[in-house]
Design a protein around this ligand. Sequence first.
Ligand SMILES: C[S@@+](CC[C@H](N)C(=O)[O-])C[C@H]1O[C@@H](n2cnc3c(N)ncnc32)[C@H](O)[C@@H]1O
Length: 266
Amino acid sequence: MDFDLYERDLWAGRAPAYERGFARLTRYLVGPLLDAAGVTDGTRFLDVGTGPGFVALEAARRGAAVSAMDAEASMAETASRNVPGLDVRVAVLPEVPFADGTFDAVAGNFVINHVGDPGVAIGALRRVLRPAGRLALTCWVMPGSGALGVVREAVERAGVAWPDDIPESPFTRYGEAAEFRRLVAEAGLGDVAVEEVTWEHVVDPEEWWEAVALSGVGTNGVIVGRQDEKTVARIKAEYDTVVSAHAGADGRVVLPAHALLASGAR
Ligand SMILES: C[S@@+](CC[C@H](N)C(=O)[O-])C[C@H]1O[C@@H](n2cnc3c(N)ncnc32)[C@H](O)[C@@H]1O
């Protein structure tokens, strides 16, 4: 199946579940992402792949003039609810529905790993930057581990095979600092820096199971959603074992998270 078509299906109607669950993990990167893009008072800023709009919300709080886009209508609706007055468009990268040179800064939190041709998409984002404007993008360190990997590990331990019809993300090979840097530089950005960001996701393990395995958000959720009741119970038992190695206080687990933050200038 074509990766972009798979992604449209993956996100369709998923905004409420994503906002409740997985967005709590990606929010850690909002501040560092905006810092890397140089977003301050008065910055003309585009949040690409805005999802529930948390990057846009913080940029607006900093005094930026914020626009946003997302491929998924339910995400755009959620973002406009969370960020009153937000100019938010529904558009699928590499389409970027703004004129050349419109923005001082563009940022995307965990969106570039969801597009079929990341190099072309970054080139399109560069186009809407003014000369010397800044781009910042985050992605996961690959292969996904910690908070990102616990359900995948449980699926594997339960002996459930990766389904043939689910395409691997073309971005997988860029989830490593040198490759990500090369990708951004080859799309025409200068002054490219990539840093690895590590943090701890402290969460109730049952809530994280719900967010990643049961909500249908992301490929792990799709795979779990296809299993019969007995197999889901087996995966859940493996998940309980996997997360028990990360036990923290008050019944919660402390899951490490590893991301890359790339930035550069037009
Ligand atoms: C992992 S979520 C990240 C959302 C948000 N940036 C955050 O930090 O929580 C990925 C988002 O990218 C959007 N997306 C995926 N592919 C896209 C594309 N080709 N163009 C625009 N948005 C896309 C999805 O609809 C989803 O809202």
